[in-house]
Design a protein around this ligand. Structure first.
Ligand SMILES: NC(=O)c1ccc[n+]([C@@H]2O[C@H](COP(=O)([O-])OP(=O)(O)OC[C@H]3O[C@@H](n4cnc5c(N)ncnc54)[C@H](O)[C@@H]3O)[C@@H](O)[C@H]2O)c1
Length: 266
């Protein structure tokens, strides 16, 4: 895909994977809109490559609508909407699967799932009228395999893949490409405390993850896996759920041993 002069909006663009994506889209000649809860950081990054920086809470539909409107007024219609912003809270005290607060669960739903719905609602009608467009939704390896110690994250990231499937099925014939991105571990603020990362996992840089995403987008691949090994893990899970559960429990015990300071429930 040629990004030259395309209007590309990236949510959660001020840090981590989103920041690396913004920089790479800008280098590829796109007109990049950096959208983030941290508005000042979004504006500061956008200034480095002559893009547009906007403050928004993507869990609020009105904020997404305002960001889309501001982009259209300044740069024209959005060609590519990348819903990258995401949150992870952990299971909280006791590390039981339902022990995180309702507030953490609700924010996870709003940011990890509903923001993708709000984005599609805001841009798909215009894309259909113009003859096409591209939606990229960043989910997670946790969508396919579960994140040990974060049930709200695993549940909402799984739902994000479900919504992306619906988008791809419903709007493929409208010439709207859809990609869902499922990385394993990437070195960002989200993983800086090492929680959930086992000694065997490769921790990729945000730049490498962003490169893999742009490569997947150039082929308009639906499922983009920056860590290729995830395809094998997901296939094994599909073939034998019981064996996969045993392996995940073993991994959980291993994480507890590696990170004795965390209050994982035994
Ligand atoms: N880091 C990993 O290992 C990893 C693995 C799989 C998936 N992911 C996913 O990749 C995406 C990017 O994560 P990251 O690792 O770069 O995290 P990060 O914490 O470095 O960056 C996330 C960005 O999203 C912004 N954000 C959070 N809530 C927001 C909201 N309500 N509205 C607008 N912006 C908001 C933050 O301010 C931040 O700039 C997330 O969806 C995350 O779930 C990350």
């Amino acid at each position: 895909m040629d990004f030259k002069d395309k209007v590309v909006l990236v949510t959660g663009g001020a840090n981590g994977i989103g920041r690396a994506l913004c920089q790479q889209f800008a280098r590829a000649g796109a007109k990049v809109v950096v959208v983030d809860l941290e508005g000042d950081a979004a504006i500061a990054l956008a200034e480095t490559f002559g893009g547009l920086g906007l403050a928004a809470d993507v869990g609020r539909e009105a904020d997404i609508q305002s960001a889309v409107l501001a982009t259209e007024n300044k740069l024209g219609p959005i060609d590519v909407f990348v819903s990258n912003a995401g949150v992870s809270f952990s299971d909280g005290p006791g590390w039981m699967a339902a022990s995180a607060s309702n507030e953490s669960w609700q924010t996870s739903w709003n940011v990890n799932v509903m923001s993708h719905v709000f984005a599609a609602r805001a841009v798909v009608p215009g894309m259909i009228k113009r003859g096409g467009g591209y939606l990229v939704n960043v989910a997670s390896g946790a969508s396919l395999l579960c994140q040990v110690g974060d049930a709200a994250y695993s549940t909402t990231k799984t739902a994000a893949v479900g919504f992306a499937e619906s988008l791809a099925i419903t709007h493929g014939d409208d010439n709207i490409a859809v990609s869902v991105v499922c990385p394993l571990y990437v070195k960002t603020r989200m993983t800086e405390d090492g929680r959930g990362v086992s000694g065997n996992d490769e921790v990729m840089t945000a730049d490498t993850a962003a490169e893999a995403i742009l490569t997947g987008m150039s082929e308009k691949k639906f499922m983009i896996l920056p860590h290729a090994e995830l395809a094998t893990y997901a296939q094994r899970k599909g073939e034998d759920y019981e064996r996969w559960l045993k392996g995940m429990r073993r991994m959980r015990r291993g994480l507890i041993e590696q990170h004795p300071d965390y209050d994982y429930e035994r």
